[in-house]
Ligand binder design. Structure first.
Ligand code: D5M
Ligand code: FE
Ligand code: ZN
Length: 503
């Protein structure tokens, strides 16, 4: 049942309804029946159905439950008995730069870094299509000058090193592989192709199929081949219980939503009078945090005006204090974001020892990105800074629907395909941002909006935030969706979210 259906039924019955009441109705097991019975129970003096009238009805009904929004108003008597002990909630780190960084930012390291990006992604594309090295095209150009016959389709794979529009509105790009560079033209009259080509970003590795022009000097493109993942990708090794995914807590910020966050901690501890949610809480095994734990210090100009806690250690002590209140059987995994106290360049290493010491022993620290296995379920964690670049350059990618950007990352098998934008890259000897192994779950944050979506069996999650809209975000029209928390069944990979907003 959708919000609009609730509104239609209520209006048809001659009532008005407020938003909280709609939420409460939609959170019921069977909202349709619940609403029907609720309408029957109202007496003629009621004009607006508000939350209070829904609550009164819940108290007298058998199968109804309170929306978590309101449980703080109710006495809870039940107790949480965790179903999974900490020893069972294992975390294995599969890929992470922490402890392996060799980057000092020299030119030669960038050459090696991009070579690794090219090798890994071009190998994936080669599984889908036969390709020639660019060098061989220049040779065929020489041979073609002796022959006028129509050429057959050829494919080259390279990094997109230039992208421009010609005077005639065609799109021209240059592809670069280790053997050379070659120009590729997308004809403006092929509307479908030109639409696809407009999504090419500088430095992504792509295959392009086409025919050589008459003089052999340019490839006339007919198809773009991205590495992507197989349509038939199947999840393996699924597990049991639940995992909760959050990010962007921004402790220390004046906009940190303390009450909603404490309500969330209450939920994890089962201090909630909703039997379904209590049952859910008892089965939580993991809490995964994808960066921006704290607001940090000096992350942007004049940040101190927006800070409640002005000391970085004070900020981390506060989040550690809160996380020590999470039931100790829950294994917490923490990766950093651009507000955390590690280098800004990606891949970022895990938080340093002088910060880790504040946290309890049920916390595992990883870098950004990191591929981890939660008792067999592979989770790719990435804070998500590249999303800003993608929203700015790829049509259809938006802050409102953050999973659109995550799909573009998977299609390119790279977490930050565009080089030279907002994401700063550290030239490690291998490219940790390549999506090498296909995860079961991909978890990002950063843009402060919630998104839950599947792409070819991969569960894509963008966790929202615990920070209300900042002045800056208001100016640039970013509308966060705070305190909405995705929770995932590790057996089925089905995800739902719980709304902890109090107003
Ligand atoms: O980023 C939260 C969101 O706000 C993310 O989409 C980037 C955007 N943001 C934040 N600060 C800036 C600046 N200075 N310029 C442009 N966009 C920005 P967070 O990482 O939590 O700050
Ligand atoms: Fe953030
Ligand atoms: Zn961020």
């Amino acid at each position: 049942m959708k919000e609009s259906q609730v509104l239609d039924i209520v209006t048809d019955a001659g009532y008005m309804i407020n938003e909280d009441a709609v939420l409460s109705i939609l959170s019921q097991k069977n909202p349709n029946i619940f609403l029907k019975n609720l309408l029957k129970s109202l007496d003629s003096s009621v004009f607006i159905i508000d939350y209070k009238s829904v609550c009164e009805f819940i108290k007298t009904s058998e199968n109804a439950s309170f929306h978590p929004l309101h449980c703080s108003e109710i006495d809870f008597s039940s107790e949480l008995t965790p179903k999974f002990p900490f020893e069972d909630n294992v975390v294995e780190i599969i890929s992470d730069v922490t402890g392996h960084s060799t980057s000092v930012g020299e030119y030669s390291q960038f050459v090696k870094y991009f070579r690794d990006r090219y090798t890994k992604i071009s190998d994936m594309i080669r599984c889908r299509v036969n390709a020639k090295p660019i060098e061989s095209l220049s040779r065929s150009r020489f041979l073609r000058s002796f022959s006028r016959e129509e050429g057959s389709d050829i494919t080259i794979i390279g990094l997109v090193s230039e992208k421009n529009t010609t005077n005639n509105q065609h799109l021209i790009t240059v592809l670069e592989d280790p053997t050379g560079t070659f120009p590729v033209l997308f004809n403006k009259n092929d509307t479908e192709l030109i639409e696809q080509a407009s999504s090419l970003v500088l430095d992504e590795v792509v295959g392009i199929t086409g025919k050589l022009s008459g003089d052999g000097g340019i490839l006339m493109a007919s198809r773009i081949v991205r590495p992507d993942i197989p349509n038939m990708f199947k999840n393996r090794n699924l597990s049991l219980g639940y995992a909760v995914f959050i990010s962007d807590v921004h402790i220390g910020s004046k906009e940190f939503m303390k009450d909603e966050w404490e309500f969330f901690i209450d939920f994890l501890n089962g201090r909630i009078d909703n039997p379904d949610l209590l049952n859910l809480a008892s089965q939580i095994r993991y809490l995964v945090i994808a960066g921006d734990l704290v607001d940090g210090i000096g992350v942007y100009p004049s940040q101190d005006l927006d800070l409640e806690i002005l000391d970085i250690h004070g900020q981390y002590k506060e989040i550690a204090r809160y996380l020590s209140q999470v039931p100790s059987n829950i294994h917490i995994v923490i990766g950093p974001g651009n507000h955390d106290v590690v280098r800004r360049a990606e891949p970022q290493p895990a938080l340093p020892e002088n910060i880790r010491k504040y946290f309890s022993s049920n916390v595992t620290f990883v870098g950004n990105p990191a591929l981890v296995s939660l008792d067999g379920v592979r989770v790719l964690m990435y804070h998500g800074c590249s999303m800003d670049d993608m929203v700015a350059t790829i049509k259809g990618v938006s802050y409102e629907e953050p999973t659109t950007g995550m799909v573009e990352m998977i299609k390119r098998r790279h977490l930050a395909p565009l080089y030279g934008g907002r994401v700063v890259i550290a030239p490690e000897s291998k490219d940790y941002l390549v999506i090498d192994e296909i995860p079961d779950i991909m978890h990002c944050g950063h843009v402060h909006t919630i998104g839950i979506e599947y792409y070819k069996n991969i569960l894509l999650l963008n966790s929202g935030t615990w920070q209300a809209q900042t002045d800056f975000q208001r100016k640039v029209n970013i509308h966060p969706s705070p305190a909405k928390i995705p929770i995932v069944n590790l057996k089925t990979l089905r995800a739902q979210y719980i709304d902890f907003n109090l107003s």
